[in-house]
Structures are given as structure tokens and as C-alpha cells.
Write a protein that binds this ligand. Structure first.
Ligand code: CA
Length: 289
């Protein structure tokens, strides 16, 4: 295969998250936010600074997005919550409260300001998870059932396609997307990830519509065309690569979260890394209108 490889990855934030996830770039603050699912921590870091702000949320938190009104929306183990700028936590909608073996996982806002997040089976029981939206009126809608490990989610630049990872399906599917109603239409497999390359985890879409896929246990991020052709492989010095997002002054720096590997073979495992891309990403979307 003639896929380009890149080794131009540098350490961006010298932290050791147990399970770093859900990186989002706040352009007006030149700030990266992300979470540590295992420790229940919410992180903020301003580009160019050495210090990191870490807030213990008090709950397992698997995804975060900024709100238009200020503060943040969270996916927690058992549902959706809000976090204000002072760290005050407010649980607003439980999800699958009757199923203690599932927990919520990755999430992201769509262009209309809905927050999407799904659930996963901690025992990898097939098909017991689902994908939900927290709507603008704070109601919750189940959008998709039959999921095993709900993971990365993002949209094409024109908003007409939603890309979605169910990790144990070993790849990524595209759905026709009705932006106005938040409804999913036809589904098709776009990217297959060989199990030997790792498990597809978090994703982000760039301004050219290419999809960057973090590879858990694969030590890399792959960039794919919308047709599913592997275009670029970015290799990381740690095996558990969890998610990525574009940031920096031109939105062309790819920030990559990672997790600690149980064998402790990688000294930098759990840190946030940066890759200087040749393309820019799309601005973050916020919850609310
Ligand atoms: Ca994930």
C-alpha cells in the first residue's frame, strides 16, 4: 500500500489521563477541553501555556461540548448533565438508568446544537447499546438501537452525512442525515478497519470532508477519504489512541487524546499529542441555539 506515513507528532499537553477522550477546541480562547473518563476529570488547556486546569466532576464523564449559553454539556455514565463555569454539576436526563452494565460513551453536537451521545456495553454484549440526542428543549430521543460500543461521531462539511463508529463493528458507517429533524436515513459501511490495526474510536472530519479516525490499540490516527480510501497514517508513540480534534490558530493542528496502557509500555501514555496537518478542521459546534 502506498499510504503516506507521518511521524511528525509532538507532545502537546504533558498529562497522564487514564482514559483521555472527547477533545474539543474553543477557538476564541485558543483552548482545548477534554475529559478523563476513568478519573471523572474535566480538563482545560490554553495553547502555549504549561499549566493545565483539571476539575473533578464527581461522576464518570465520557464526553463534553461547550454550550452556546456558557458552560458545558456532558455525557456521564448514566445520562446527560450540565456543568457551569464554576464547576457546578447538574444532572438533567438519565439514560438507560435500568441497565447498570451499560454506560454512556463518546458524543458531539450537530450543527443545530443537539448533543449526540451513545451507550456501550462494558461487557461488550452485542447490540445492547443505543445512540441518543439531548435535544434543545432537554428532552432525549433514541436515534439508533442495536449498538455495542457507541463511539466516534461527526458530520460531513455539508451536514448531509453523519459518520458513526460502533467500535466492535471494526469500522465506520455513514448515515444520510436530516439536519433539520436530526433524523438518520440510509446507512452504509464506509471504512473497514482491520482488527490488527486497532479499534476505530473517536473521529473528526476536516474541511475537505476527510475523516480522521483514532485507532485504539493501534497507536495511530488514520485519515480516510469520504469514499473510505486510506490517505494518511499518523503514528503515535503510545498504543491507546482514543480521539482527535482540530485546533490551533488556523484549525490545522490535530490534537490527539490517549489512554494509559495497562502494560505501561509507553511512558507518555495518557498525554495529549499534536500533529501539524496540511488541512484545517471545522469549528466546534455548541449545545443550544
Ligand atoms: Ca471513545
Amino acid at each position: 500500500m502506498s499510504t503516506k506515513r507521518s511521524a511528525d507528532v509532538e507532545l502537546a499537553v504533558d498529562v497522564r489521563c487514564k482514559l483521555g477522550e472527547s477533545p474539543i477546541w474553543i477557538p476564541e480562547l485558543q483552548q482545548l477541553i477534554w475529559v478523563d473518563i476513568r478519573n471523572g476529570d474535566f480538563y482545560k488547556w490554553v495553547r502555549g501555556r504549561d499549566d493545565v486546569e483539571r476539575t473533578f466532576v464527581g461522576h464518570s464523564v465520557s464526553a463534553v461540548a461547550p454550550r452556546s449559553a456558557g458552560g458545558y454539556v456532558l455525557a456521564t455514565r448514566s445520562g446527560f448533565a450540565m456543568l457551569d463555569d464554576n464547576g457546578a454539576f447538574d444532572m438533567i436526563a438519565e439514560v438507560e438508568a435500568d441497565n447498570s452494565s451499560n454506560r454512556m460513551n463518546d458524543g458531539k453536537c450537530d450543527v443545530r446544537g443537539r448533543f449526540w451521545a451513545g451507550t456501550m456495553s462494558e461487557q461488550s454484549t452485542p447490540g445492547v447499546g443505543s445512540l441518543y440526542t439531548l435535544n434543545l428543549d432537554r428532552s432525549v430521543t433514541k436515534r439508533l438501537a442495536g449498538v455495542t460500543i457507541s463511539n466516534g461521531i461527526d458530520w460531513s462539511p455539508d451536514g448531509k452525512t453523519m459518520y458513526y463508529v460502533d467500535s466492535l463493528s471494526h469500522g465506520l458507517d455513514a448515515f444520510d442525515y436530516n439536519e433539520e429533524r436530526g433524523e438518520l436515513g440510509g446507512r452504509q459501511r464506509v471504512i473497514d478497519v482491520e482488527p490488527s490495526a486497532g479499534l476505530a474510536d473517536g473521529i473528526t472530519v476536516d474541511e475537505e470532508g476527510f475523516i480522521w479516525v483514532a485507532l485504539h490499540s493501534g497507536g495511530a490516527v488514520h485519515r480516510y477519504s469520504p469514499e473510505g480510501i486510506l490517505d494518511l497514517r499518523v503514528e503515535l508513540p503510545v498504543p491507546l489512541v482514543t480521539s482527535c480534534t482540530f485546533g490551533g490558530p488556523n484549525l490545522s493542528e490535530l490534537y490527539i487524546t490517549t489512554a494509559v496502557d495497562e502494560d505501561n509500555v509507553a511512558p507518555l501514555a495518557g498525554a495529549v499529542f499534536r500533529y501539524q496537518a496540511r488541512v484545517a478542521g471545522l469549528p466546534c459546534r455548541r449545545y443550544g441555539n
